[in-house]
Write a protein of this length. Structure first.
Length: 420
């Protein structure tokens, strides 16, 4: 348990660990109703406060070994009486094993996983199996696996959070917290409060998250690491800026450079893998993305760019939730061995909607190591989305020889990015 303990401490720091694999997930009205079983359930209710979560130090006025003995006896009793593969008994049994795991009986890990995986197959209409699985994996410090169970619930059952109980909302919000999705967690807590859950003023986790956010001062200078972060989520890399409300997927082999915010501008340069031209040549392209906060209207921003580039064609296109001005430029004095330069300048204006950046949040896989050409790290504090419209320009540096392939690449890429 030492590894799990140290890992959880490093993740949560001063935040209380309140990951529950709790009895609230079980429908007690569907359990056996006899004196012996009811006595065990009453005992379970009494000890749940000690066993429903992992404790770094045992400072409770009860003997830990007595709790383990009771839970193991109850576990064996349920296995004995559950001759008809009853769902509620299976779920209760899984809860008991998670309690044992929380009490450092780690040998139950494999049995818990096998039980829950089988329940997914035997009871495909029950989202609570995934709910308990998610809570358990988070308590076992397998944060991304735990969070993904919640995403499975929303994909397999309903994506309407109003259709789930308040206890589920609180557990889901906590799952978002531990994978560094604070805006998403706040939105879920707000929904829970609206539906009758703990008021936000009394929700310690909500208040703690709220204090971590701050507003950027546009005229200030910010270093690149204050604005940009590269991280890995479910085996995909991303470049994100909460300040600019932007999320860009990356490949591990791509080269990426970012600048801080200076003179009201910030840039990122992405060099993807080389493309193969119709002549079977490997040719690279470069994508320069500008976030411009100067006091310019979008029309003036666009006119300024039109004066810079030798435009041969100009169109408009809606991609995702933005209207883009698409400018094709050509300069035959450059890249003469590849038919001359031919590329794009793509511009848009991202209007300010609200501070929340939940749309660009993804579950982060914590890892301090670096691999390949990307170094990734989580930000230590959070910025709200800058509270003004942002003019965005995307320069695609390409050539005539690779222009068709570059076109396919950039418009496919624009479908994948998020700018809020």
């Amino acid at each position: 348990m030492k590894t799990r303990k140290l890992f959880l401490i490093s993740i949560f720091m001063n935040m209380a660990v309140l990951v529950y694999c709790n009895i609230h997930i079980v429908n007690k009205n569907k359990l056996p109703n006899n004196e012996a079983f009811n006595a065990n359930m009453a005992m379970l209710s009494d000890i749940s406060q000690f066993a429903a979560h992992y404790s770094f130090e045992w400072n409770y006025p009860v003997d830990k070994s007595n709790l383990i003995a009771f839970l193991e006896a109850f576990h064996k009793d349920i296995v004995r009486i559950n001759t008809k593969n009853d769902y509620e008994l299976n779920l209760l049994n899984a809860v008991l094993m998670t309690y044992l795991y929380n009490l450092d009986e780690t040998d139950y890990y494999e049995e818990i996983v096998i039980t829950l995986e089988k329940m997914k197959i035997d009871f495909p209409n029950e989202f609570r199996t995934y709910w308990l699985y998610g809570n358990f994996m988070i308590s076992a410090a397998k944060l991304l696996i735990g969070y993904n169970q919640y995403k499975l619930i929303l994909n397999l059952y309903s994506d309407n959070l109003n259709s789930y109980p308040i206890d589920f909302l609180f557990d889901y919000a906590y799952a978002c917290i531990v994978v560094q999705m604070p805006n998403s967690a706040m939105e879920i807590y707000e929904l829970a409060a609206k539906n009758g859950g703990t008021p936000l003023a009394s929700n310690g986790l909500y208040k703690s998250i709220e204090k971590e956010f701050k507003d950027a001062i546009i005229s200030n200078i910010y270093a690149d690491k204050e604005i940009w972060e590269i991280m890995k989520s479910n085996d995909i890399y991303y470049l994100r800026s909460r300040m600019f409300g932007s999320l860009f997927p990356l490949m591990e082999t791509w080269a990426v450079r970012m600048t801080g915010l200076d003179n009201n501008k910030s840039f990122c340069i992405i060099t993807p893998d080389q493309l193969i031209s119709k002549n079977n040549n490997s040719i690279g392209i470069t994508i320069l993305i500008e976030f411009n906060l100067n006091n310019l209207s979008y029309d003036d921003f666009l006119k300024e760019k039109l004066r810079i580039y030798p435009v041969v064609e100009q169109t408009k296109k809606v991609i995702g939730n933005h209207k883009y001005d698409i400018i094709i430029y050509e300069d035959k004095t450059k890249y003469r061995n590849m038919g001359g330069a031919r590329g794009y300048y793509i511009a848009a204006c991202a209007a300010y909607k609200n501070k929340s950046n939940s749309g660009i949040e993804i579950p982060i896989e914590f890892n301090n190591a670096s691999t390949g050409r990307l170094n990734y790290y989580p930000l230590m504090n959070y910025f709200n989305r800058i509270n003004q419209s942002i003019n965005i320009g995307i320069l695609v540096d390409s050539s005539n020889e690779i222009f068709n392939e570059a076109s396919d690449f950039i418009f496919g890429y624009l479908e994948d990015i998020i700018i809020e």
